[in-house]
Design a protein around this ligand. Structure first.
Ligand code: MLT
Length: 304
């Protein structure tokens, strides 16, 4: 009988995969063999002797103490690809929202109507008040061409965009998934120089911490629109705010805002919702549970 501690609410599609005669599953389980977690911070978690594996229903593992897990022989699994489509669709939304100032238009309509202006007048005035570029024939730069980045690349090609991708760890499989029109560059400055929009799809690690800093931003095109649905720490917020203030960056779309960013014009600040679709939640939960079970029952290792 395996004891499984569930530290966050996950889709029932995942929980149903634990057959009741082999697994005790719940948030209060003690002496756990396995943990299923979404975003609960485990950095200070006291591992019981019994713990064999942690499965994260999500991609990033920055809430898990990887070094301590390695020392203790605890396997760690995540679910790359399981939420890729959800994030891809939000990238499209973010590009459109910033280009067409959808956010600004919605707020403006509300304010005008509240102030007593006739709706039909507001709608008509908005036609020329909110004018922004189309995505067609613009250039998208993608940093990271893994499960999410490659889907974004192929979507952007279908939209008629020019696409430049950068990924020093590009695997053969990932390269094969890419539309043949995607330009893969070896030097990130090539992407910075060309892109009207840049989106980042990489893990947060000590190497990627604040990699989008003042120098990187200065190498980008004036008027670039930047999307970060990966992790807030990848971007140096102060440098980004300065670039937004000076107009060098036209817009910053992120689902990892902080207080300063929320108050900065041209920031589209969302809650962390890149992966928040029922489909993605089901995929992540199912994959995490399957990986954990396969490890506990058969010793097989996936995505560690
Ligand atoms: C991920 O790491 O999978 C996404 O950021 C969503 C999440 O944190 O659950």
């Amino acid at each position: 009988m395996y004891q499984i501690k569930i530290l966050n609410k996950i889709s029932p599609v995942g929980l149903e995969r634990f057959e009741s005669d082999r697994y005790t599953v719940g948030s209060e389980v003690a002496g756990e063999d396995g943990i299923v977690v979404r975003s609960a911070p485990l950095l200070d978690y006291e591992f019981p002797e019994s713990l064999l594996a942690i499965a994260r229903a999500g991609v990033g593992v920055n809430n898990i103490p990887i070094d301590r897990c390695s020392e203790a022989g605890v396997a760690v699994f995540s679910t790359p690809g399981a939420n890729a489509n959800a994030v891809k669709e939000l990238v499209l939304c973010a590009m459109l929202m910033s280009s067409r100032d959808v956010d600004g238009s919605i707020q403006w309509v509300r304010e005008q109507v509240k102030a007593g202006v006739e709706v039909s007048t507001v709608v008509e005035k908005g036609k020329s008040a909110f004018v922004g570029p189309e995505l067609y024939r613009k250039t998208l730069g993608i940093i990271g061409l893994g499960a999410i980045g490659s889907l974004v690349a192929n979507m952007a090609i279908a939209l008629g965009m020019d696409v430049y991708g950068y990924d020093p760890y590009l695997s053969v499989n990932a390269a094969l998934r890419l539309d043949r029109h995607v330009h893969v560059v070896q030097d990130i400055r090539e992407l910075y120089k060309r892109a009207d929009y840049i989106t980042v799809h990489i893990h947060y690690t000590p190497q990627t911490k604040q990699m989008i800093d003042e120098k990187a931003i200065a190498a980008m095109k004036r008027g670039v629109r930047f999307i970060n649905l990966a992790r807030g720490e990848i971007v140096d917020d102060e440098a980004m705010i300065a670039a937004l203030d000076s107009g060098w960056v036209a817009a910053y779309m992120t689902d990892f805002p902080n207080n300063a960013l929320v108050q900065t014009p041209h920031v589209v600040a969302m809650s962390h919702l890149g992966a928040s679709t029922p489909e993605s939640e089901q995929n992540c939960a199912a994959m995490a549970v399957d990986e954990l079970k396969d490890y506990l029952e058969n010793g097989n290792i996936h995505n560690s």
